[in-house]
Design a protein around this ligand. Structure first.
Ligand SMILES: NC(=O)c1ccc[n+]([C@@H]2O[C@H](COP(=O)([O-])OP(=O)(O)OC[C@H]3O[C@@H](n4cnc5c(N)ncnc54)[C@H](OP(=O)(O)O)[C@@H]3O)[C@@H](O)[C@H]2O)c1
Length: 341
């Protein structure tokens, strides 16, 4: 059975608290004057928390920001425009618990001939109990893992994120994809293929474990994608993973009443604001320090290694095969990224 690092949200929150005291080695690498004029940025889950702060920061720096959200359209976008003093902000509908909306979203970007330079896979949930989606898959698994696979595969195969294999008109800028993970993935178990993608009921404790375990699964997948898209030492797309550290956001909004009150108290008193946590993500998304690099991991402003299982090539290859098999079984619009391992 899959195991995550924490089965208690309060212990997990306190572990995050101690992280805040670690020295942030790279924090002086991002300057307020660093600009991204002319770049298009996609941020999922940008109506709230970290995603919202990212949208504001990137828009302030001159980026054209596409906020992909399932609600608060257009209010959140208007607020981002106001706070960033930029009009280059738009909102598009995307519900990662509904695979069809991922295809509609990608179809629209393709029709509009859009090109994304910076793609931040930020949307995520923490659920107190299992929920079945229309695809039959469990929501935590779908939103925090499989939908990110489907979204990136579509954006890459459509050439919306330009790359050597699916380049548009031969133009290849070097885009970046960032997956917002959690350092709580460290110590989660290997992927359990007996239960992979199966609907399994859970409560708060197991939900917490699955949250960190699916972050490990996603980190493994994006490490494998990075390996496959940047073969033979030819750099194509930078694919990175980052944990923003403990952030005072709405991530616990679905927790049971008392637990939510306690966690909100801890978050409010000791966690970082979304604006402050967004800085490390913006650094990784825009800094020249990452030109020509891929598969880096940041824990806030510190270079770090992910859990060692994430880098095992055999694991990555098996996860790639099993993920695509599962996706194909639930979605007739499955697209094959033909990249040999
Ligand atoms: N907060 C932390 O301490 C912390 C620590 C490490 C990592 N993270 C990660 O940071 C990321 C952002 O979370 P947050 O802390 O900023 O929490 P948040 O305020 O709850 O934001 C999560 C965002 O994801 C969106 N989302 C959830 N389900 C979705 C779906 N089915 N389709 C589209 N969007 C969906 C939410 O939209 P709605 O508003 O519609 O629900 C919201 O915009 C997550 O990946 C989380 O795992 C957070």
């Amino acid at each position: 059975m899959a195991k995550g690092r924490f089965d208690n949200p309060i212990v997990a929150a306190m572990a995050g608290f101690f992280d805040l005291f670690r020295k942030q080695n790279l924090s002086d690498r991002l300057k307020d004057t660093d600009r991204i004029d002319g770049k298009t940025c996609l941020v999922t889950g940008a109506n709230s928390g970290l995603g919202f702060a990212l949208a504001v920061d990137l828009a302030k720096r001159g980026g054209h920001v596409i906020m992909a959200c399932r609600r608060a359209i257009p209010e959140a976008g208007e607020k981002v425009k106001m706070l960033s003093k930029s009009e280059m902000v738009e909102m598009k509908y995307l519900d990662l618990s509904n695979i069809e909306t991922i295809h509609s979203f990608c179809d629209e970007l393709k029709r509009e001939n859009r090109s994304i330079d910076i793609c931040i896979l930020n949307a995520g949930v923490a659920l107190p109990k299992a929920r079945k989606t229309s695809s039959g898959l469990e929501e935590l698994f779908l939103v925090n893992y499989l939908s990110n696979v489907i979204l990136t595969s579509r954006l890459l195969s459509d050439g919306t994120i330009a790359n050597d294999m699916f380049a548009k008109n031969g133009t290849v800028t070097k885009p970046r994809i960032l997956f917002i993970s959690s350092d709580s993935h460290q110590g989660s178990s290997y992927v359990d293929y007996d239960e992979f993608g199966k609907y399994i009921d859970y409560g708060v404790s197991k939900g917490m474990e699955y949250y960190s375990y699916y972050k490990l699964v996603a980190n493994t997948y994006f490490t494998e994608l990075s390996r496959r898209i940047n073969q033979n030492n030819i750099f194509d797309v930078g694919i990175h993973v980052i944990c923003p550290g403990p952030v005072n956001t709405n991530i616990v909004k679905e927790a049971p009443w008392l637990l939510r009150k306690i966690l909100r108290g801890i978050f409010y008193i000791i966690f970082k604001s979304p604006g402050s946590a967004a800085k490390a993500v913006v650094y990784m998304a825009i800094s020249k320090d990452y030109n020509g690099k891929t598969n880096e991991y940041l824990h806030m402003f510190n270079n770090k290694r992910m859990d060692s299982k994430v880098y095992e090539e055999k694991e990555g290859s098996k996860l790639w095969e099993e993920t695509h098999k599962l996706w194909k079984s639930v979605d007739e619009k499955f697209v094959s990224l033909i990249m040999s391992g």
